[in-house]
Design a protein around this ligand. Structure first.
Ligand code: B12
Ligand code: SF4
Length: 497
């Protein structure tokens, strides 16, 4: 059978496609786990963001797929539904499958859509998708495939959930990067790829979808497999590797041992990027940070979430952000974590969430000021009511959700208000401050890749300051007018298909 797998072209403000175009790790993993006789084409549509329709038309013509799978996050839902319509118009006999976070957590949004898919894969996809393709090929029925929802007589049947797959054995086979049919992956000028070393998390931050998606558990791949995967990514041209684990720092000793394994395998000529918990870095930084540095880690996305204890309570993120002060008292671990990463010459991408229910102008400004002082690159978001998270329930009960348009659920569009501020005001405060913080880091990022700087430096600046004019930057025009222009541009660019 001919299978085509697509990831959505939608990106959000902190991932401008001019500078960052990463592969979707799920698709290569799904491709690697299909039976070998199928022909698979993987296309990450972020690589063709400005020509999605033409590219899909071409790919369908060239590959004549029997089955097309779409990987979808919530803010990409409308694009996915439009793509389904396009695919059906191009080739009516195609069977369409959706999977990923949004179909898993909000299946009704797909099963009740005008352009409903034929199949929906909930949760982890490798085994379910493999079994589905076998059943489609063999014309057998679907009732025995856990984790699958499928269309019958105009309605959908939902099979029981599939238990989480262990990663320790060889049940999940390595990703198939040869299946990719588009090129142009980049992280600020260096070819980037993604590698998983583990799945799952045992924390339960209220804003995170992970617990509803797979429960509280943590599974790890063997180092042999991880190193082979990194080598494979390198053989496919990668210079930078993004470790996409849900929470690699959950087992911090394993993470440190992995850094040493990367060094021993002489894979430390690559550059690594990772997401980490502050408590783990703060508590173990003395031995972990030098190992990370030697292994080639350059950027660390730190889940700071918020610097105020009240907001951390709301986000249920206090546990992962607490450390011990010099005299043993509990203390926010953030500064400790940032310091140790800086001492070892790594950059901190600071993940903060502002616009929580109790937030005032002052509490948001305190977080922005913190980011200005301590982090190298801001990754500030607004709380976003993704399907089935505890936070969503909370916001809904308090009547604070102001937009039900999930297209806007990209993390930097404020779609909830606080008890004290409108959503628009919250977004304005973040937008106004964050542009300048990003600008500060631009020279180091561009110096690292001078060729990229020459070709795209101006475009990156232009993206950071979209909507702003010279007059607004020097104070001759009200910044709110520039903000309104920025919002207009952002709204218009969401029409990818
Ligand atoms: C790594 C990561 C990123 C990386 C992305 C790197 C990349 N290109 O893959 C970065 C940091 C850039 C990122 C950005 C964003 N992310 Co993110 N990210 C993650 C993270 C940590 C892991 C995702 C991953 O790659 N897992 C490994 C793969 C193999 O697993 P998987 O994607 O779940 O896929 C499996 C199944 O879902 C399923 N599946 C997936 N697709 C398909 C398709 C088919 C056809 C089938 C059958 C099955 C299937 O099978 C796969 C294999 O088992 C998750 C989860 C978490 N703990 O926070 C969040 C998460 C996916 N991100 C999320 C969000 C919202 C975003 C952002 C919008 C904002 C943000 N919070 O940062 C941006 C948007 C990026 C953009 N396109 O512009 C949300 C999605 C929530 C939702 N309901 O949509 C998550 C769940 C975090 C959360 N808030 O809960 N992210
Ligand atoms: S620690 Fe990270 S992965 Fe775990 S629940 Fe919190 S945000 Fe999600």
């Amino acid at each position: 059978m001919q299978v085509m797998l697509l990831s959505m072209p939608d990106s959000f403000e902190h991932m401008p496609s001019v500078a960052i175009r990463m592969p979707n790790g799920a698709l290569a993993s799904l491709a690697g786990n299909l039976d070998a006789h199928h022909r698979v084409a993987v296309a990450d549509l972020i690589l063709v963001q400005s020509r999605v329709r033409e590219t899909v038309q071409r790919l369908v013509r060239e590959h004549e797929p029997d089955v097309v799978g779409l990987s979808v996050m919530t803010f990409q839902r409308r694009t996915a539904l439009r793509l389904i319509a396009l695919l059906r118009a191009l080739r009516p006999q195609i069977r369409i499958v959706v999977g990923g976070y949004d179909p898993s957590l909000a299946p009704e949004a797909y099963t009740s859509a005008l352009e409903a898919p034929d199949f929906l894969v909930r949760g982890e996809g490798e085994m379910t998708f493999r079994d589905l393709i076998r059943a489609v090929e063999g014309h057998s029925d679907y009732a025995h495939i856990p984790g699958l929802s499928y269309r019958v007589n105009g309605g959908f049947l939902h099979n029981p959930d599939r238990p989480i797959t262990g990663l320790e054995g060889d049940q999940i086979k390595p990703p198939n990067r040869d299946a990719r049919v588009l090129s142009g992956y980049t992280m600020v000028g260096r070819q980037v790829d993604v590698v998983e070393t583990s799945r799952g998390c045992t924390f339960d931050c209220s804003f995170c979808s992970i617990i509803e998606m797979r429960g509280r558990n943590f599974h790890t791949y063997t180092f042999d497999r991880v190193l082979a995967d990194i080598r494979d990514a390198r053989a496919h041209g990668a210079q930078t590797i993004f470790l996409v684990d849900d929470n690699i720092t959950l087992n911090v000793r394993r993470f440190e041992a992995l850094c040493r394994a990367i060094i021993d395998a002489r894979l430390n000529g690559l550059e690594f990027v990772v997401q980490a918990m502050t408590s783990a870095i703060a508590g173990h930084g003395t031995s972990l940070a030098p190992a990370m540095r030697q292994a080639g880690f350059r950027y660390v996305f730190l889940g700071i979430e918020n610097i105020l204890e009240g907001d951390l309570d709301f986000l249920r993120a206090r546990a992962k952000n607490s450390g011990r002060g010099a005299s043993g008292e509990a203390a926010n671990a953030t500064i400790q974590a940032i310091n140790v990463l800086h001492q070892h010459k790594m950059y901190v991408v600071g993940g903060l969430i502002v616009g929580n229910p109790g937030d005032t102008r002052e509490s948001i400004e305190a977080n922005l000021e913190f980011a200005r002082r301590y982090v190298d690159y801001p990754y500030i978001q607004h709380p976003t009511p993704y399907p089935r998270t505890p936070m969503t329930k909370d916001f809904r009960e308090r009547g604070l959700i102001v937009s039900e348009d999930v297209q806007e659920y990209d993390g930097t569009t404020a779609v909830v208000r606080s008890e004290h501020l409108t959503a628009e005001e919250i977004e304005f405060l973040r937008w106004r401050a964050e542009r300048w913080m990003k600008l500060r880091h631009l020279p180091s990022a561009l110096l690292h890749s001078p060729g990229f700087a020459m070709r795209h430096g101006i475009k990156m600046m232009a993206h950071t300051f979209r909507g702003s004019s010279f007059r607004s930057l020097v104070g001759l025009e009200d910044e709110r007018k520039a903000f309104a222009r920025y919002r207009g541009i952002r709204k218009a660019e969401r029409a990818y298909v």
